[in-house]
Design a protein around this ligand. Structure first.
Ligand code: ISE
Length: 341
């Protein structure tokens, strides 16, 4: 099926991310239109849909999926609500772009894999947007090319300006480090096998009950080591950096070589303040690719299997936080449907 008319998309969830995707589908991406939005907060949904021609507003995700003109779904509700939108969307056979994480736990992700496999063809792309960031893309190509030899280690830093009010120790893993789990799997082409979490004495700016920052170390099936500093309340900026250490050299991304100003005896430039700014181009390319592929009748990008693998790594990560131990990642064999043997 190749579409000529713009793809009608239902956007589920109109919080920060959902509203940004609505804007993107409406004004940035070509070949799509927002046909429906859903949010339990219908005032917020209505405000997001204001001015969008023919866009209907719903409280219930299922009603949005069934609305006139809807041919695809973008799920941007909070992670615990993903499964309740994914399963009915799959039942309808709709192509889906689901924000990360696919589901908050591996058991739910397995139910999504089962539902998708019943359809006989992929429908789900997971919103691991770093795979569209130009620096990540260059690093992935460099590592794949092998010019630097085998990657031995990956040092990652993931800093936010301020801790979200809903953040707990677990969300540091499930919401934030989830990105590094996916990025490391993708950059290295390896699976994560075990996770350990170390915690310094918390910052005195960390909210009561949250151990921020944390230091997460994971191992891969090819023997690489990955470390991630997650610092949700850094206070200064949104910073995502990675350095690959290989047998014949190193490669680093995320240094923000933007506008550099020399003045008054100092030099420097701005640091992005949130992910919408830091990864704006990546989100634009991700959603454009999803729309283009969907209109061609294809499903590309990170799969539900990738979402499951990250959920499994997150489960090991949160257990490592609770127990203080090294926890092995417990995963099913990769089904042939998702490229397994
Ligand atoms: C948020 O959900 C994201 O995906 C951001 O990229 C991450 O930096 C942040 O910690 C998460 O809460």
């Amino acid at each position: 099926m190749t579409h000529t008319a713009p793809l009608g998309v239902a956007v589920i969830g109109t919080g920060t991310m959902g509203a940004d995707h609505v804007r993107r589908l409406d004004r940035v991406v070509s070949g799509a239109r927002v046909a429906a939005v859903a949010d339990p907060d219908t005032d917020r949904a209505r405000a997001t849909a204001a001015g969008l021609d023919g866009c209907t507003v719903h409280a219930d995700p299922l009603a949005a999926m069934a609305a006139p003109g809807v041919e695809a779904v973008l799920i941007a509700s909070p992670a615990p609500a993903h499964e309740a939108a994914l399963l009915p969307a799959l039942e309808r056979g709709l192509p889906i772009l689901c924000e990360k994480p696919l589901t908050p736990d591996p058991a739910a992700a397995l139910r999504v894999l089962a539902a998708e496999q019943k359809l006989g063809a992929r429908r789900v792309q997971v919103g691991f947007m770093r795979r569209w960031d130009s620096e990540y893309v260059q690093l992935a190509a460099l590592l794949a090319d092998g010019a630097l030899g085998r990657p031995l280690m990956l040092h990652c830093r993931h800093r936010n300006v301020a801790v979200h009010p809903y953040f707990t120790d677990e969300t540091l893993i499930n919401d934030s480090v989830a990105h590094e789990f996916d990025a490391a799997r993708w950059l290295l082409g390896q699976e994560i096998t075990a996770v350990q979490v170390f915690r310094p004495a918390p910052s005195r700016h960390a909210p009561e009950g949250l151990r921020d920052p944390q230091f997460v170390v994971f191992e891969t099936d090819a023997g690489a080591l990955v470390d991630v500093e997650i610092f949700a309340g850094s206070g200064f900026g949104y910073q995502v950096q990675a350095e690959a250490v290989c047998e014949r050299g190193t490669a680093r991304i995320g240094e923000a070589h933007g506008l550099l100003v020399n003045t008054a005896g100092r030099w420097g430039g701005p640091v992005a303040q949130d992910y919408l700014a830091r990864f704006a181009d990546a989100y634009d390319r991700e959603v454009q690719d999803w729309v283009d592929a969907t209109r061609r009748g294809e499903v590309t990008g990170p799969s539900a299997w990738d979402g499951y693998a990250v959920a499994a790594a997150c489960a090991a990560g949160t257990e490592a936080q609770r127990t203080g131990r090294r926890v092995a990642v417990d995963m099913i064999e990769r089904p042939r449907f998702y490229g397994g043997a």
